[in-house]
Design a binder for this molecule. Sequence first.
Ligand code: ATP
Ligand code: MG
Length: 227
Amino acid sequence: MKERLAIFGGTFDPVHMAHLRAALEAAEEIGLDKVLFMPCAQPPHPKHVMAAAADRLRMLELAVADNPSFVVCDLEARLGGTSYTVRTLEAMRRQHPKASLFFLIGADAFFHLHTWHEAHRLFDFADFVVMARPKSPRTDVLEYMQKQLDPNFAPAGDGWIRRNDGHGAKRVSSTLLSISSTDIRRRAAEGLALTYLVHPAVEDYINHMKLYHQPASPTAGAVGDAE
Ligand code: ATP
Ligand code: MG
């Protein structure tokens, strides 16, 4: 059987319980052998002052340590500079020529895919698993893909939306958890508890390293995410 390998990209500043839960439910629904959590070095449009890549990697390692199917991958962090998902997927495809590759993405981020670097090539390398997220647009995945990405995308009959038998996307339903890293950074800056929002080891790390204890910069809140 082909290995079914998923990449979960993001800033993970910091990783929180909704990231972990959504990845677990996606892995169950799609049938994944492994999820690689991949923090970006620098998103294409930075939206706030971020924790260093080394801290974001360390928090991810602490958060997934008790799950053998969850692994942290430092490919983008190690490369540095701006992280482009299309480059990452290309590299992963080269490294894992025999695996079925998936990319996990929250619905908020998915509906910006057409603005990502070389968006038309993203589906050359992997299938996109769109995870439900509270307050994300109610846009229909098929309509969005046909209008913004390629009119040739069509339902494949197995729940996937594909283009000419190639890669595609599928929406999965996961427990809606209204947790965001933005809210966690705000709470940390205000000295509030992060308990039950992040893994206990991540909470300890944030407190020990005094991460996010400065209030967010005035430029925070601009658009931007990994692409
Ligand atoms: P920020 O508030 O800094 O944007 P975030 O909570 O959105 O942080 P990211 O690192 O930006 O976390 O997200 C990485 C990926 O995880 C994205 O694809 C995003 O859509 C998804 N994601 C984040 N939070 C949730 C959530 N609560 N439920 C489902 N998916 C989520
Ligand atoms: Mg985000």
